[in-house]
Design a protein around this ligand. Structure first.
Ligand SMILES: NC(=O)c1ccc[n+]([C@@H]2O[C@H](COP(=O)([O-])OP(=O)(O)OC[C@H]3O[C@@H](n4cnc5c(N)ncnc54)[C@H](O)[C@@H]3O)[C@@H](O)[C@H]2O)c1
Length: 334
């Protein structure tokens, strides 16, 4: 492969367009050559917007010799099949979060990728949000001393689940994975035990197949305590709908990120601005740049299959805890 990455996008919806815009931004280092979607009108729309070809299906897309890598941007329940096909045809893969919807599926994916010897990066997008990166840097610089607790809230709306309306999937699996990934990244430790409770009823009454909210306490192996609320019941017209916030407390200070605003605050009154431009495009650009560097330059993978599996393991344990109303030891954690 040359120094340019030929890419195919599988799933030409919301995320397919986001990835396409970022690949176009990095041209000619990344070249979007084709897209496919079970809805041919969706594929045609993306192809027209970004000047690439359409392929009739995943097989036809993977048959093209100019496709070195794929972005898998299909809905959560249909990540496995495109990934297995892409790995079998030895294409590198960027897959949207959550990588998988069950541990069995995640293990199969990892095995397939390793057997094929291809590279896999997972779309844990918040690792590319400049405010989130600034928090990691502040922790590295010892700005708040040893981290003791992380409190995180991801507010959502029912409409965010329209793509999986008919599929039973926990909020903590498909949205909570972002937060759990950040919490692991910041704590530099694995979750060993969770206790969760949920709210049920309003989403199901509207025809969705998930909780209204999940509340989860986590104990990390290094002693850090995490608390996560993921919800879907904020009224869509409320300014907090779709907003996320995080508070990290260390032995010598505190960090607050409001992901609805371009601010990162370090307690003590100091506040500084991060990513006040078009943050929505910026983090996708940085994610795609990291993927290209990983594939083309052998740079480290910044969001690995193991990261995705670790986050899923915590989410699955939280679902079990909410079902049984009891603390659950996280499978595989030491
Ligand atoms: N990183 C983030 O912040 C973020 C935000 C939203 C969604 N996502 C993730 O991105 C993924 C896609 O979400 P979306 O919002 O783009 O959904 P979407 O419904 O807008 O797009 C998905 C597209 O995939 C197509 N599709 C379905 N099955 C297919 C198949 N077998 N082959 C080819 N195409 C197929 C659908 O027709 C649709 O056009 C999900 O995993 C979701 O969790 C990530």
């Amino acid at each position: 492969m040359g120094r340019s990455l030929g890419v195919g996008i599988i799933g030409a919806g919301n995320m397919g367009h986001r990835h396409a815009r970022a690949y176009a931004f990095h041209a000619p280092r990344t070249r979007l050559v084709a897209t496919c979607d079970v809805r041919s009108d969706a594929a045609a729309r993306l192809a027209e917007s970004f000047g690439c070809d359409t392929a009739a299906n995943v097989e036809a897309l993977l048959a093209r010799p100019d496709v070195d890598a794929v972005s898998i941007c299909t809905p959560e329940p249909v990540h496995l099949e495109p990934l297995l096909k892409a790995a079998a045809s030895r294409r590198h893969i960027l897959i949207e979060k959550p990588m998988a919807v069950s541990m069995a599926e995640a293990r199969r994916m990892k095995q397939a990728v390793e057997a094929a010897g291809v590279k896999l990066m997972v779309g844990h997008l918040f690792r590319f949000d400049r405010r989130c990166v600034a928090v990691r840097s502040a922790l590295d610089a010892g700005r708040i001393g040893r981290l003791r607790s992380i409190d995180c809230r991801f507010h959502g709306t029912p409409a965010q689940q329209d793509r999986i309306r008919d599929f039973e999937l926990s909020l903590i699996v498909f949205r909570g994975c972002h937060a759990i990934d950040l919490m692991r990244w910041y704590s530099e430790s694995e979750v060993v035990r969770v206790y969760a409770e949920d709210l049920q009823g309003a989403m199901r009454a509207r025809g969705y197949h998930s909780e209204d909210a999940v509340f989860c306490l986590m104990r990390f192996a290094n002693g850090t305590v995490g608390s996560l609320e993921v919800n879907a019941h904020v009224p869509p017209t409320h300014p907090s709908a779709g907003r996320s916030e995080m508070v990290l407390i260390g032995e010598e200070g505190m960090l607050e990120i409001d992901l609805g605003r371009p601010w990162l605050t370090i307690a003590g009154g100091e506040a500084f601005e991060h990513g006040s431009g078009d943050q929505k495009d910026l983090w996708f650009r940085e994610q795609i740049d990291a993927f290209a560097r990983y594939v083309l330059d052998d740079a480290p993978c910044l969001a690995t299959a193991d990261d995705a599996i670790a986050a899923l393991r915590v989410a699955v344990a939280a679902v079990e805890s909410a079902r049984t109303h009891a603390p659950v030891a996280v499978e595989g954690a030491s």
